[in-house]
Design a protein around this ligand. Structure first.
Ligand SMILES: [Zn+2]
Length: 447
């Protein structure tokens, strides 16, 4: 295991506070190294780069990456996984699997260097949010099932010297006990799960806001709105725990996380670890402040490095200097999946924006959205909400509440909680399914 902690950063600890030209020149040097490595070791990219004659020196500025006609999709990884491997099998230290939320799970093979690298990524992310060696941190995320995230958090916290409490996410009851017994100062977990945990504590007569947790680091779901203020979900968490709420963004393929700093205004990109592009439908870069697809090139990866990976997630970059003093750009919350964008009478909306509007309604206990193809390129959006027995809130009022938030008034249907749960909770799915896209022949897209 010692090798896992041997990763030595290529940049100084205050790198992200450097002037933008210095950040850009360091990032360009690392990007060129990355291209040279792929040409030398990756069967997939060596062939693609040879076709177009790409050499590292040809990229004179990181923004020129947008002109390189090579992109990588999840489908490419599914079809040609082995051809992305750059090292001998015995050099693989860890096998990470994607969650398979949008397709079949893909293996991302990590060398010891790569594991050290993502541990370092988590170290600097947790440091930026204020975690120190004196803190106790509960990791309420899966450390098993070949997931990268929980493993990376635990290693990153170990690099800081914090006390790691690897409670995982399989048992709310066990976690509730751990919170009371070991009194962590920070908890890392999925926001809806952390809300359920607060509820569990309340049921046992314990107030979550009296447990000494000062900070919640949220993973897997956004906790901010597009304007970077907390979403309804983020606010409910803050209220329940009386703790500061921070967001993160990561996917296994990126092997890199972007996390809020202590100022909580979007996930800081670590430019020594990744190049991030935001592209429009035609593959052109959009200006900072405009949403587009997140396309990432993780740097310094050796086992299965990727080039211009299309995440399918839509978000926007914030390029101005952060209040914390860092010049590293920040990624706003994920607005939705590119292929889930809904068109409604000339406007567009992503399902998470509707989810967020519904989550602000305290009487709605569960919900899902169904979309069908309508006329005139407009989608028919139907929101089904589960209300408690005896609740007489009318569908029309809920539709108006949603319209006030997202400027789209969907059809709303009220059902019993049991009826809604029969649809959202599916035994073979890790997360509740709340988006049913009936516009596509494939039917359901898990949300
Ligand atoms: Zn900051």
């Amino acid at each position: 295991m010692t090798a896992l902690f041997d990763y030595v950063p290529r940049v100084a600890a205050d790198f992200e506070f450097s002037a933008p030209p210095q950040i850009q020149s360091t990032q360009l040097a690392l990007l060129r190294e990355h291209i040279a490595y792929l040409r030398a070791h990756s069967p997939h990219y060596a062939a693609r780069f040879a076709e177009i004659g790409l050499v590292p020196e040809a990229v004179r500025d990181v923004v020129e990456l947008a002109q390189v006609p090579v992109l990588t999709s999840k489908r490419d990884l599914e079809v040609a996984g082995e051809r992305f491997r750059c090292v001998a099998e015995e050099a693989i230290a860890d096998v990470c699997l994607t969650s398979g939320t949008t397709g079949k799970p893909v293996a991302l093979l990590q060398t010891a260097h790569d594991v050290g690298r993502f541990a370092y990524n988590e170290e600097i992310s947790f440091r930026a949010v204020g975690v120190t060696a004196q803190e106790r941190v509960t990791v309420a995320a899966a450390l098993d099932r070949c997931f990268m995230a929980g493993f990376a958090y635990a290693l990153g916290l170990s690099r800081i010297g914090a006390t790691v409490i690897r409670a995982g996410s399989s048992s709310v009851a066990m976690l509730a006990g751990v919170i009371q017994e070991y009194r962590p100062t920070t908890v890392v977990g999925v926001p809806t799960f952390l809300l359920a945990l607060a509820e569990r504590l309340r049921e046992t007569g314990v107030a979550a806001d009296g447990c000494g947790v000062r900070r919640l680091v949220c993973i897997g779901e956004p906790v901010r709105r597009r304007d970077l203020c907390l979403s309804a979900l983020g606010e409910r968490l803050q209220q329940a725990w009386q703790a500061d709420v921070y967001g993160t963004y990561a996917t296994t393929e990126l092997a890199t996380a972007l996390a809020d700093c202590a100022h909580g205004c979007g996930g800081h990109l670590h430019p020594d670890l990744m190049v991030l592009e935001i592209l429009d439908d035609a593959g052109r870069p959009v200006p900072a402040g405009s949403p587009g697809e997140v396309v990432a090139t993780p740097l310094q990866v050796t086992g299965m490095p990727l080039f211009r990976f299309r995440t399918g997630d839509v978000a926007q970059l914030h390029a101005e200097r952060c209040a914390c003093g860092r010049y590293s750009p920040r990624l706003g919350p994920i607005l939705g999946r590119k292929n889930e964008m809904l068109k409604f009478r000339g406007t567009t909306v992503f399902p998470p924006a509707i989810f967020s509007a519904i989550q602000a309604l305290p009487y709605v206990q569960d919900y899902y959205i169904e979309v069908r193809a309508g006329f005139d390129l407009s989608d028919q959006i139907r929101v089904v909400v589960g209300l408690p027995d005896g609740c007489d809130v009318k569908a029309e009022r809920i539709a108006d509440e949603i319209r006030a938030q997202v400027r789209v008034k969907p059809e709303v249907v009220c059902q019993s909680l049991a009826e809604v749960r029969a649809r959202t909770l599916q035994p073979d799915k890790r997360k509740a399914v709340r988006f049913f896209d009936l516009r596509q022949r494939t039917g359901e897209v898990p949300g």
